[in-house]
Design a protein around this ligand. Structure first.
Ligand code: DX5
Ligand code: ZN
Length: 217
């Protein structure tokens, strides 16, 4: 399976975002991961659709917007207008409306994904695999960059990959987010993830290009 690297701009200098996404593209990134936080679903506030619209002209890479917000459905149209390609939404923010919200994202012409926190069982989102383009398994509790990878994520990835393989979705995109770096990426890929989010690992590196290459495992 093709491994895709999605650097998170959460770790970037917010005053130079346009320049930085250009750099990530030249360094070989596959997606730009945009961490949207509302100060409610998670304590911090980062940025919203305006930031997505501002960086849009600076890269042709798909913008992967991870919405850590309550009532995500109230923002889908704004993200579409801003130029988002993927919108991923938390199971914990939607519960019963998850499938309906995923369909709304698709109906607007964007790709959609469901996200699960480390303390939500991955079985909760098995049902939505047929309605999704991707599932994101959090490997830290959302809210902050630079946290330690939770080792218990590996069996969760294995369970989800095996479900996808057994149910006719062998090439399904499984994204992992939080604390992934050169040291642990091989294990993460072996467990079944193929879309790798990395914030600190990419932005703290002296050579983004080399780091992105190495993150491919
Ligand atoms: C956490 C975010 C992650 C995070 C990744 O809430 O969703 O995308 O920024 O950052 P690192 O790679 O530093 O853990
Ligand atoms: Zn994220």
């Amino acid at each position: 399976m093709k491994i895709k690297i999605a650097p998170s701009i959460l770790a970037s200098d917010f005053s130079r975002m346009g320049e930085n996404v250009g750099k990530l593209e030249r360094a070989g990134a596959d997606y730009i991961h945009c961490d949207v936080m509302d100060g409610n679903f998670v304590p911090p506030i980062t940025f919203g659709h305006q930031m997505v619209a501002s960086i849009r002209p600076h890269t042709s890479l798909p913008l992967d917007c991870h919405l850590m917000v309550e009532h995500p459905e109230t923002h889908f149209e704004e993200f579409k207008k801003a130029g988002a390609d993927f919108v991923t939404i938390h199971y914990e923010a939607c519960r019963k409306n998850l499938n309906e919200n995923l369909k709304k994202i698709r109906s607007l012409g964007m790709k959609c994904g469901a996200v699960v926190n480390p303390d939500t069982s991955v079985e909760e989102i098995f049902d939505c695999v047929p309605f999704c383009d991707m599932v994101l398994v959090m490997s830290v509790f959302p809210g902050y960059g630079g946290q330690k990878f939770i080792a218990g994520t590996l069996p969760r990835l294995e369970k989800l990959r095996s479900f996808c393989e057994k149910n006719g979705f062998p090439e399904f995109d499984i994204e992992v987010d939080g604390g992934v770096a050169e040291e642990n990426v091989k294990n993460v890929i072996a467990a079944g993830a193929n879309v790798i989010v990395a914030g600190s690992a990419v932005f703290r590196s002296g050579d983004m290009k080399k780091t992105i290459e190495r993150l491919r495992g």
